[in-house]
Design a binder for this molecule. Structure first.
Ligand code: GDP
Ligand code: ZN
Length: 348
């Protein structure tokens, strides 16, 4: 069993390296996108869902099915994600995507494909583009509130440079959970309290996401759909709902929703965002979301160093923190996640 594992990760590593080398040889590492990406355009549509070869583009209050101009020879689902902005042209009755605007942010999840600690086996799965703000939703009661969920969402969002706020929903149920969120208030995060059921705090929530492209993340059952519904009920301009068959066949369906609740304010809800599954992280992947550790962790004595209970002399991440080259706050947040996962206290 152990041998099998080692073999699998070795294979993965080799094939990733081989691909990398092939790309380098063909000089395509950075020029893959040719002239597809442009800085700005006078008018553009927003991608709200992507299938293999085409994308649903919301343009002028209409949802169009579009494909990328053929000379680029690109598959939609490799280069476009919900939230991307694109310019389009109608040619012979077909909607053609001409260009994609440069992205402000790209939300991605690093997925490890091997069992060993090795940077080259991390695969990135992109989820959505141009997200301005994420609302991390937790519930005052049911499902129970755990700081580690918030920490992990924050970690993914921070690594993609996306602002976040915390929303404590179901505040119609009297509990003490609000106090537990003081640690987030202290680090400068906005914490708002809502009840989708009773319409409490919805105006305040809207103020936070106005003129932004937002996503709602949080465990199932916390009330994300109810909150989005509460926002839409107050100011409904348009809900674009997309449901289509994937390229692979009729058994899987793609269901992405894009809500516009005010002229420049939207909410993206895609299965990818829904399944931004934080429960499956392993301790060793957490450091992928702290890129500022990269230059230091390479020097650590053990190549599976968790920068946690390893001796100070053997861990360069800890030394980086000590010499103020890595933020203490960020490291503390990291150590809290690891400690929680290992169920062990942190000892310096
Ligand atoms: P999602 O999985 O995060 O989208 O959660 P839902 O919006 O589907 O809500 C899960 C359950 O919580 C449903 O039974 C809702 O009726 C309930 N719920 C949502 N918001 C509230 C709230 O503010 N107060 C209470 N008491 N229940 C709520
Ligand atoms: Zn270390």
């Amino acid at each position: 069993m152990a041998h099998q594992k080692a073999y699998d990760s070795f294979k993965t590593k080799k094939s990733v390296e081989k691909k990398k080398r092939a790309k380098e040889k063909s000089g395509k590492v950075n020029s893959d996108l040719g002239d597809f990406v442009i800085d700005d355009a006078p008018s553009f549509g927003t991608v709200i869902a992507v299938r293999y070869g085409d994308a649903y583009v919301l343009y002028d209050n209409e949802v169009l099915i579009a494909s990328i101009r053929p000379d680029l020879n690109m598959v939609c689902n490799k280069v476009l994600f919900p939230g991307d902005r694109v310019t389009i042209q109608i040619e012979n009755g077909k909607t053609i995507i001409q260009n994609r605007l440069a992205r402000k942010t790209l939300l991605s999840r690093v997925k490890r494909d091997g069992t060993r600690l090795d940077d080259s086996v991390g695969l990135t799965k992109n989820i959505a583009a141009n997200i301005d703000i994420a609302v991390i939703v937790v519930a005052a009661k049911e499902p129970p509130l755990h700081e580690r969920f918030i920490d992990r969402y924050l970690m993914i969002l921070q690594s993609s440079n996306i602002d976040a706020i915390v929303c404590l929903n179901k505040c119609d149920m009297a509990t003490d959970e609000s106090k537990r969120l003081d640690i987030y208030r202290e680090i400068g995060l906005s914490v708002i309290e809502t009840s989708a059921k009773e319409g409490i705090g919805i105006t305040q929530l809207k103020d936070c996401i106005k003129n932004k492209q937002a996503i709602f993340v949080g465990n199932s059952g916390v009330g994300k759909s109810s909150l989005i519904n509460a926002i839409m009920e107050q100011d409904e301009i348009k809900t674009s709902s997309v449901s289509g068959k994937t390229h692979k066949g009729c058994h899987t369906t793609t269901a992405s929703k894009y809500y516009i609740w005010d002229e420049n304010s939207s909410i993206i809800d895609t299965p990818g965002i829904r399944s931004l599954d934080i429960s499956s992280f392993s301790p060793i992947e957490i450091q992928d979301y702290f890129p500022e550790f990269d230059d230091w962790k390479r020097l650590c004595k053990f190549n599976d160093c968790l920068h946690f209970n390893e001796p100070y002399e053997a861990c360069f991440v800890k030394q980086g923190v000590q010499s103020n080259m890595i933020s203490r706050k960020r490291y503390d947040s990291y150590a809290r996640i690891i400690g929680d996962m290992l169920n062990k206290p942190y000892t310096e």
